[in-house]
Write a protein that binds this ligand. Sequence first.
Ligand code: B12
Length: 641
Amino acid sequence: MTTHKQRMLAAARGDLSDVTPYVPRIDLWYNANSVNGTLPKQHQGRTQDEISRAEGWALHKVIPELLAAERPEDNLHRALGIYDLKEYPFRHILPKDIEVEVKKKGDVTRVVYHTPLGTASAKTLYDEEMRKAGVSITWIQERIIKRPEDYSPVGYIFENLEIVPAFEEYSKWSDYIGKDGVACAVANLSASPMHHIQRDLLAATDFFYHYHDYSREMRELADRIERYFEQILAVVAEAPAELIVWGTNYDDMITYSEYFQKDILPWLQRASDFLGSAGKLVVSHCDGENLGLMDLIRDSGIHVAEAVCPYPMTKVRIEEYYQRWGDKLTIWGGIPSNLLLAESTSDQDFEAYLDHLFKSIGDGRRMVFGIADTTPPNAVFDRLVRIGERIEKEARLPLAGSVTFGVPQSKAPKEVQRGAERKEALDAAFMEIQQDVLQGRDEDILKHVQQLLDQEVSAQDIVQKGMISAMMLISEDFKAGTVFIPEVLLSARTMSRAAESLEPYLVAGPRTASGKILIGTVHGDLHDIGKNLVAAMMRGVGFEVTDIGINVPTDDFVRQVQEHEPDVVGISALLTTTMPEMRKLIEAMVVAGIRDRVKVVVGGAPVNDRFARDIGADGYGRDAGDAVEVVSRLLSQKTSC
Ligand code: B12
């Protein structure tokens, strides 16, 4: 009988086996339900792997179990993005002249590195709530790079870091998996040195600021990390593993195409070529929005794109993935996790998606079925079982379908000359200011603002005609997908700095757009990139914004609303499991008697207009540009009634 391992390897190589492999990832679901005592009856007392084996599913072994270190020191260096875990066929040796100091306080661990080039430190958090939610990774509360001075000591660590093979440990783990799956050896969760800096070393939003402000320091650090990456390549090429994990977590917003092409693609190509010629296949975890990266990922040389999460959770449909990638690389995933949720997908729609899936993948080679990114805690377990049953019956290879490869369908938005025509209509005197905002030139704008003030132009005019108009252009272009996160952040920062300098000249009343916004991410949710972007954009157009951070408990959120008395409360959630927190929060605001005093807008990838209305919010913002529009509209309603 063909084993799961044989099927998976055949699919990874582009060969036909007997049936398409089914490899559902269930870690998040398992962790949450076992902690909460809610595993299905028949599986109580079982480990995650025992459940998969009992159901006849292949074991999903791609992402390392970051919390399952044998010794606490094995993931002590999490803030450096380095781990000594069973899934890695090598171990790290820190240089002897670095003193590592560890301080634990409650759920927070602080690690301080004293190097000959200075000291750097970081804090990680793992608390009861995270445990209950099944979160499989600690949260880096304070990143190792916060200020430009941190680049040097961190560079020293990487330049002097040694790695040694640990093939025996890896083989032990691989033997345990045996024929029930493929033990993907983890080489690197980052795809390139710059991606490593982005993923692990800086806070998500800071990365974009530093990429602009400290590009020299960043490039130098990336160069110093190269040596570490080269060592990894050399060791894993010799490892007794068939599939090697290289690179995780791309997203066309965060690793936008221009940056991906410059700072990620070359290393993905290098790793794929090198490991490919050593007889290995490279697996990359492509769980984000891939629309703007479709061609780049296809041309990266990777052999398997894992955790591919299609429409309706993202913009690219499964058939398009297959048409654009299926002749070059294997697609692992294909079943978006929201299909497993009763509240977002009916049984009928769930079945219809599977019908469609089986028809969209040609003869079925180069496909490994999986849940992308992972099974949510509140998934309908029977649906996981049902997928397996249908695959067994209906995904016998070869399938009858045919596919025309290389057909591009949905298009990533084209680069356009930002605001080119609209610029002409603007008064020339304000053009320079507008360009400063558009280009994020936060030094120049102060000079240009002063020149206009010297010519006795009013501060209001400078703000309205120069600055706000620019921010509106940025906001429209961001909505249209023609500018990306860094540009928005830099423009918003330029705008804020200039507005601050104008404050003394702005007589009476709020300086630009008027209104106070309080924004935060709900309890249990650690995603902050989108929320930060919304906050920056709001600040940019002149709102007074209080950002109360991430993972904010409901009581705390309500208390802060009482304290700050905002006009609008913005709530962000990125996980289907934390969406209900939004409803709770609105209800708590009603109980506290403050709901009528504020407008509430919600946002985040899984949220939509209908959900917003359902939970009693006043508005929903699809993206940062939309958020500005919605908030402005709500505020004008508020003042007119
Ligand atoms: C980056 C990322 C992470 C990073 C977060 C880093 C950070 N500092 O934020 C890390 C690696 C830490 C992470 C962790 C996890 N993640 Co995550 N992550 C993502 C990813 C790839 C991108 C999110 C992002 O930043 N997008 C870019 C920003 C700009 O877009 P945005 O957040 O949608 O925000 C825009 C709009 O939504 C809107 N908006 C957002 N907030 C607000 C608020 C208001 C008021 C308004 C009006 C508008 C608005 O405007 C924003 C700007 O345009 C998504 C994939 C995806 N497709 O979303 C997965 C994703 C969200 N993660 C997911 C999962 C499962 C997890 C984990 C549970 C993984 C795990 N096994 O532990 C953990 C959860 C940790 C926790 N408790 O929160 C799933 C969620 C599935 C689901 N529907 O529940 C996703 C969808 C991946 C997937 N394909 O399945 N993740």
